[in-house]
Design a protein around this ligand. Structure first.
Ligand SMILES: NC(=O)c1ccc[n+]([C@@H]2O[C@H](COP(=O)([O-])OP(=O)(O)OC[C@H]3O[C@@H](n4cnc5c(N)ncnc54)[C@H](OP(=O)(O)O)[C@@H]3O)[C@@H](O)[C@H]2O)c1
Length: 252
């Protein structure tokens, strides 16, 4: 395994048992970072452990770690565990998120509380711990959504729960920027993942595909180069931003 860009760096990828988080974790590990593979559900444990084992077998350094990041005590335990294991922390990538696709008139209190607990509260407290603990020149990326720039029905509670990420990010970027730490949001459009298909119909999939430049959905691999750059030592100057990456779906 090549030890180039990220040698000597330790990364925590929240939500790394599949899809985006897995791709980001494996990309950083392939370039020399020690990576904590976070998962939450019991059903994701085997996948997370297999990803860590694959990285270790290839000569990298990784371990799987469970936490329900909707609880602040769990967020802190997660960061404690990673610091104890690696001795320090340089990079946080937070991909944890959930979707509710419903008209505003039909969202229940339970759905509202659940989605804000993960997409908003957990995202905030992960940023808080990273702001407190990352070494100088650390890097933070949270995953938002391109829906922030769309005028559309049914995604109100989802996009609304992701929107505060921008303000959290801008504030933290200013507060920790003097230590060389950058903080950004990556905002994907519709992606070819189970997360997307779980709430769409064949008609809405076709509609959303037509909104891109070539009639396709984004692939997880399309996001990796941007995220890797944002968390790399080379990225000194991109901070406090929301970067849309969506094949031309929407822009702002
Ligand atoms: N896929 C898309 O089309 C799309 C488009 C734009 C933005 N996004 C955003 O991209 C991110 C990743 O999406 P994805 O497609 O990779 O979906 P995914 O595979 O479903 O990832 C969601 C992750 O959230 C974790 N998670 C759920 N509840 C949690 C909790 N209470 N504590 C800690 N972790 C929890 C899950 O971990 P466990 O499985 O272990 O529970 C899982 O790893 C999400 O934030 C999503 O909003 C997705």
């Amino acid at each position: 395994m090549s030890q180039t860009n990220f040698a000597g760096q330790a990364a925590l990828v929240v939500g790394a048992s599949r899809n985006m988080g897995r791709a980001f974790a494996e990309a950083l590990a392939a370039d020399g970072a020690a990576v904590a593979i976070h998962y939450n559900s019991d059903s994701s444990r085997a996948d997370a452990e297999q990803i860590a084992a694959g990285i270790n077998a290839a000569g990298g350094q990784a371990f799987a770690v469970q936490a329900d990041v909707t609880k602040v005590t769990e967020v802190r335990r997660l960061f404690d565990t990673v610091e104890q294991r690696f001795g320090h922390l340089d990079i946080l990538i937070n991909t944890a998120g959930m979707m509710v696709k419903k008209p505003v008139t039909e969202v229940s209190e339970e759905e509202f509380d659940a989605i804000f607990a993960l997409n908003t509260k957990a995202a905030f407290f992960c940023l808080q711990e990273a702001g407190r603990r990352l070494r100088d020149n650390g890097r933070i990326v949270s995953v938002g959504t391109s829906l922030l720039a769309a005028t559309t029905g049914y995604y109100g509670v989802y996009a609304g729960s992701k929107a505060p990420l921008e303000d959290f990010t801008r504030a933290l970027a200013k507060e920790v920027g003097h230590r060389g730490i950058t903080v950004n949001v990556v905002a994907p459009g519709p992606m070819d993942t189970a997360f997307f298909y779980s709430v769409e119909t064949s008609e809405t999939v076709a509609y959303l595909k037509r909104a891109s430049i070539n009639g396709e959905l984004g692939q997880v691999a399309d996001l990796v180069p941007l995220v890797k750059h944002l968390v790399s030592p080379e990225n000194r100057w991109t901070t406090a931003q929301t970067l849309f990456i969506n094949g031309g779906f929407v822009s702002r």
